[in-house]
Design a protein around this ligand. Structure first.
Ligand SMILES: [Fe+2]
Length: 296
């Protein structure tokens, strides 16, 4: 076995054994010590429940924003790709709608997160997407439809925004709290993500399903909470927006500081910028990142 494969295996396996989630061991260790370090900080309501549960629905009426967004992406020819999804083209007008929404409506929440981490927060990725029904998704992972934890440190978090009225039929995001995640993984027999973990096998612990009216939003530390994309029922679709944020020791106050250099990665792009800010590769980088948060 190659060394990196062995390390990967140990990282996953120890994460599962010691921390009871599907994130890797060293990131869990980072989170454990950083949370301890920051635990004495005064936290307000939103942040308290966000940190405690790992996810929280927010009291923000974004229905007007969602309506405007629907209009700005309304004229596209929509064809599912091989993974039964469609990534919307994001025009300059759409970008500025999203930028304004974050700066004007989400900023209060981000302010609490900034205070907690003692560091600024940056937008690292914006996904504007439609998922389609797929029979195959029952058995195959097409669009993150198996329960998993994202592999990042917990300075990385996401905001999910529904762009339509959501019910069980339209395949909402499913999430378990940090405590529920632990309890479920403790009972599971696998150290990595798989399709064996389904809602019926999870001993009656019910996930939070992000349903309700268009514009409903929730924040989630996806590295800590077990989560998956729901599968829309036949003849149904799901339109949604996911904004990824990372706190990072950079003095710039601009949420979109990285947009000049990483525009292609941010707008329906890839995870390259999230990786740069919250997925340190190697223990030396992890320690450096930890110190920059802990010694602030
Ligand atoms: Fe995920």
């Amino acid at each position: 076995m190659k060394l990196y494969k062995l390390i990967n295996f140990i990282e996953k396996y120890f994460g599962y054994v010691f921390f009871k989630n599907y994130n890797i061991f060293s990131y869990n260790l980072f989170d454990f010590f950083l949370k301890k370090k920051l635990s004495k900080k005064a936290k307000k309501n939103f942040l308290n429940s966000f940190l405690e549960k790992g996810y929280t629905k927010i009291d923000l009426n974004a229905s007007e924003f969602a309506k405007k967004l629907n209009i700005s992406i309304g004229n596209q020819e929509i064809q599912p790709n091989e993974k039964m999804s469609y990534y919307y083209d994001i025009s300059e007008e759409t970008k500025s709608l999203i930028r304004d929404f974050i700066k004007n409506n989400v900023n209060n929440y981000l302010g609490e997160v900034k205070d907690y981490f003692n560091n600024n927060v940056f937008v690292t990725n914006v996904i504007l997407k439609r998922n389609f029904y797929s029979e195959e998704a029952e058995k195959t992972e097409l669009y993150n439809n198996f329960y998993h934890n994202d592999a990042y440190v917990f300075t990385h978090f996401k905001l999910f925004v529904n762009l339509m009225d959501m019910s069980e039929d339209t395949g909402p995001t499913h999430v378990y709290s940090i405590a529920e995640t632990k309890e479920i993984i403790k009972k599971s027999n696998s150290y990595k993500r798989n399709n064996l973990l389904d809602d019926s096998s999870i001993n009656g612990i019910k996930p939070y399903k992000h349903m309700g009216k268009k514009g409903e939003c929730f924040f989630c530390f996806t590295s800590q909470c077990l989560h998956k994309a729901g599968i829309p029922h036949k003849e149904n679709i799901r339109d949604y927006l996911v904004i990824t944020f990372c706190s990072y020791p950079n003095k710039s106050n601009d949420l979109f500081h990285y947009e000049n250099e990483y525009s292609d990665q941010i707008w329906n792009g890839n995870s390259q910028l999230s990786t740069k800010l919250a997925k340190p590769y190697g223990y030396k980088k992890l320690l450096t990142l930890y110190k920059s948060f802990a010694n602030h």
